[in-house]
Design a protein around this ligand. Structure first.
Ligand SMILES: Nc1nc2c(ncn2[C@@H]2O[C@H](COP(=O)(O)OP(=O)(O)OP(=O)(O)O)[C@@H](O)[C@H]2O)c(=O)[nH]1
Length: 207
């Protein structure tokens, strides 16, 4: 997969595409649904967790959009396969960090706080937290799409909880987190605008 993935990004330059956006997130958080809502293009999606197991890429408004496989628990998948998928994602991002203009980390706003607390109680670093910090350490601009807004009881509290766990300072919360609903379309326009702003800044930096 690593070789194929590198080939994908190399081909970006050959095809004259402007920017690369990656979507990452645990399995079943709604990445594929969000990509569809945003781009109008279908990548595989389904009710069963772990549907997207390989890297899927598409073109959107002259950009390359990459849907990464879901990481974390997937029903029916042995732990070592889950670990391998996670390693592949990490390697892909490390190898291509300088070509990735934007990462959209999708979390399930209803489920994430509970999952994070469970991991912390076990003495482990929650996988979403680990990925957010990994992306920012690589200097990849990252938006956290807090999905399934329709199911979140207290949005403000959820966002502040996530910001604290991810280590995002108070004044940056609005810049980083966007509560939205991929299924019902809420705040997709906000996400689209934020993407435009980040990509514009990134193009200017690259000249
Ligand atoms: N209530 C609600 N459900 C959503 C929302 N977005 C996605 N879903 C549902 O969440 C489930 C998983 O969505 P997918 O788009 O397949 O998730 P994914 O992250 O691509 O999943 P993997 O293929 O496992 O990586 C589906 O049943 C979606 O209909 C949302 O905003 N609200």
């Amino acid at each position: 997969m690593r070789g194929i993935a590198q080939g994908l990004i190399k081909a970006q330059n050959d095809k004259g595409l402007m920017a690369t956006i990656i979507f990452v997130g645990r399995s079943n958080v709604g990445k594929s649904t969000l990509i569809y809502k945003l781009t109008g293009k279908r990548v595989r999606r389904g009710k069963r967790p772990g549907v997207t197991r390989k890297i899927i890429e598409l073109e959107w408004r002259g950009h390359r959009v990459i849907d990464m496989p879901g990481f974390g628990f997937m029903a029916g998948l042995p732990k070592e396969v889950q670990e391998r998928i996670k390693d592949e994602i990490v390697h892909f991002i490390e190898d291509n960090a300088d070509k990735i203009d934007l990462a959209i980390l999708v979390v399930d706003g209803k489920a994430a706080p509970e999952i994070i607390e469970r991991w912390e109680k076990r003495g482990e670093i929650p996988i979403d937290v680990e990925f957010y910090q990994f992306l920012t350490e690589l200097n990849i601009p990252t938006i956290v799409a807090v999905n399934k807004l329709d199911k979140i009881k207290n949005v403000q509290r959820t966002i502040h909880f996530l910001a604290e766990k991810f280590g995002v300072p108070y004044e940056k919360i609005e810049e980083v987190f966007i509560p939205l609903s991929a299924k019902f379309g809420d705040n997709i326009d906000v996400l689209r605008k934020r993407i435009d702003d980040i990509l514009r800044a990134s193009q200017e930096r690259r000249g």
